[in-house]
Write a protein that binds this ligand. Structure first.
Ligand SMILES: NC(=O)c1ccc[n+]([C@@H]2O[C@H](COP(=O)([O-])OP(=O)(O)OC[C@H]3O[C@@H](n4cnc5c(N)ncnc54)[C@H](OP(=O)(O)O)[C@@H]3O)[C@@H](O)[C@H]2O)c1
Length: 249
């Protein structure tokens, strides 16, 4: 099935993990993908997988979401090559675990700037290309840590704050884009097993039982489902909780 034939999708943090799985899934579904990441080598590896599976040449754009100059260059590169984009997935965000020792300044700036400032700058700068699309969507990858009153568990306060802010960005965008065709939605994953569509484990995900950890595949399927809904509705907030008592269990 190729429900995304003819569409173009930008994915940040696409060099590994969930971002790479999303890019491969979207390419399998027919989208032309533009992979954004900090590492040229990681981009090339994901592009090679996509070429092998679909025959497409994926776009590759270097971007450090914590660096304004890098974002400007990345947006200029995308704008120079593409007239429209149909989907922007704000997936890139720095993970920062809780620690008894103080976090370094770089960790704090990196965590908040990449997820919040960088994702918003990227989104704002790509709005003109999204406005040229007939089916534009912005998908923010949040976290169950970003839900109201979520417990911290093993998450640092800067990461917790960044994920709450990302949920607010998605909601704020939905409000300011109300009178446009652009939908904004946020998917909140729980802790994930990092499986790739290239792994045998990808096929086995559908056999998992209640209480087992969620995976990248579960999030890719939620995103694909949300963006292929008829355009009169927006699945504005999707919480994917692996059911071992849920987030608050
Ligand atoms: N995995 C989970 O359990 C889980 C749970 C809830 C939410 N999430 C969210 O899902 C998304 C992907 O998570 P993941 O587990 O695949 O990755 P991750 O291990 O959390 O790594 C972060 C991702 O963001 C990118 N990134 C980090 N800092 C960046 C920066 N300054 N500029 C550009 N890209 C940057 C990384 O790309 P590089 O290759 O450039 O480092 C990587 O793709 C994130 O938003 C994460 O918060 C993940």
């Amino acid at each position: 099935m190729t429900p995304l034939n003819g569409t173009t999708a930008v994915i940040t943090g696409a060099g590994r993990g969930l971002g790479a799985a999303l890019a491969i899934t979207l390419a399998d579904a027919g989208a032309q993908v533009i992979l954004c990441a900090r590492s040229e080598q990681a981009l090339a590896q994901v592009a090679a997988i996509i070429a092998k599976r679909t025959g497409q040449t994926a776009g590759q754009v270097i971007v450090d979401l914590a660096d304004n100059t890098s974002i400007k260059q990345a947006v200029a590169n995308i704008t120079a090559k593409y007239q429209h984009i149909d989907l922007l997935i704000n997936n890139g965000a720095m993970w920062l675990e809780a620690s008894d020792a103080p976090h370094s300044e770089d960790e704090i700036f990196g965590t908040i700037n990449a997820a919040v400032t960088g994702s918003y700058l990227m989104t704002q700068s790509l709005l003109p290309l999204l406005k040229n699309s007939k089916r534009p969507d912005i998908v923010t990858i949040g976290s169950i840590s970003g839900l109201p009153n979520a417990p911290l568990h093993s998450v640092s306060v800067p990461f917790y704050a960044a994920k709450h802010a990302q949920a607010a960005l998605a909601s704020g965008l939905q409000q300011i884009l109300r009178d446009t065709p652009i939908r904004s939605l946020c998917v909140h994953p729980p802790y994930l097993d990092d499986v790739s569509p290239e792994d045998a484990a990808w096929e086995q995900v559908s056999e998992r039982q209640k209480g087992e950890q969620a995976t990248n595949r579960d999030i890719c399927e939620a995103v694909l489902f949300a963006i292929t809904r008829p355009r009169h509705i927006t699945l504005s907030s999707i919480v994917v909780d692996s059911d071992s008592g849920g987030l608050f269990g």
